[in-house]
Design a protein around this ligand. Structure first.
Ligand SMILES: [Zn+2]
Length: 51
């Protein structure tokens, strides 16, 4: 599930953070299907702050 946190949207799979829900949902759809990240998607986002 994409989570909204401090006006960022967080991929529920990999934790990358995005400015828009659309980007976060695209990331999560890719992550859950492929179990890996798509660089074209994650380059629009920011890595998780805390891990
Ligand atoms: Zn992701």
């Amino acid at each position: 599930m994409v989570r909204e946190k401090n006006s960022e949207f967080v991929c529920g799979e990999c934790g990358f953070r995005y400015d828009t829900r659309v980007e976060a949902e695209a990331c999560e759809a890719w992550c859950s299907e492929h179990k890996s990240c798509n660089l074209e998607i994650t380059e629009k986002g920011r890595p998780p702050k805390e891990q």
